[in-house]
Design a protein around this ligand. Sequence first.
Ligand code: CP
Length: 311
Amino acid sequence: MQWMHKDVLDTNQFTSEEIFYILETAKSFQEINTRAIKKVPTLKGKSVVLFFAEPSTRTKTSFDMAGKRLSADTFSLSKSSSSLTKGETLKDTVLTLQAMNPDAIVLRHNCSGAAQFIAKQVSCSVINAGDGCHAHPTQALLDAFTLNEYWKGEFAGKKVLILGDIAHSRVARSNIQLLQKLGVEIHICAPRTLLPRDSTWENIRVFSELDEAVKGVDAIMCLRLQLERQSDGLLPHLQEYAFRYCLQEKHLELAGKDIKILHPGPINRGLEISSSLADSKDSVILEQVSAGLAIRMALLYLCITGQNTQE
Ligand code: CP
């Protein structure tokens, strides 16, 4: 397959064939992370800027590690350590970075559309590491990689419940686009105030009662409550939210089958998912983290080299 993309901005830019191609490429890199010497020369001489204007543990560390394991040089910039704090605009910041001729910029930003905006300003690849409430494409790809380890390409006809703060979640948006493209039926469950108001999504089953939403699903994706993006008054009380929407063992029994539990992290234990369920055999939360490293290796490789690992 010919890789056609300079940038990774949103999951809706990919066909289902391209999604599976990314998963296969990530699979081919996964083994490197289990070696005693976890480094290959694939991106030697290439430069990657990690520009994280919002906090991150998983995404930033895994992009950094992905670049280094492929022998790229990685350079980190945060909002607080950048000249954004001195009034420099995002555009001037990325033009400044571009003048140093990196091969890729990985951007996390609180503004929806920030990655699209900078991709138009620079000639190097831009990878969206999460923009506002809009998109988190590498998260959706790593979630698909995680599920594919169990589903072996059989996504069509599966049912996935996305549970929690759908309204403010870039993870939910990107996952809904990607999973629907692969033929997955989507259930969403949230209090009415945390459902999107402007949704143009079709073919989604919407629930407000968790006991109903879990019936017959193959996987449940819990979401973090994005309190930093919420206005006041959306939730009466966090304890009440937890009482109605915190995923617990009893809900798995209602699902009626063996299912996988995902959470993009960071987890608020006892609020979005019970602590025991997060640590249970049904949870694939740490597998998601490992998958994130392989997916980000694949995306850096594909974007920077534009090469193929297969015909
Ligand atoms: N899932 C996710 O994006 O986690 P971080 O905010 O820790 O990167």
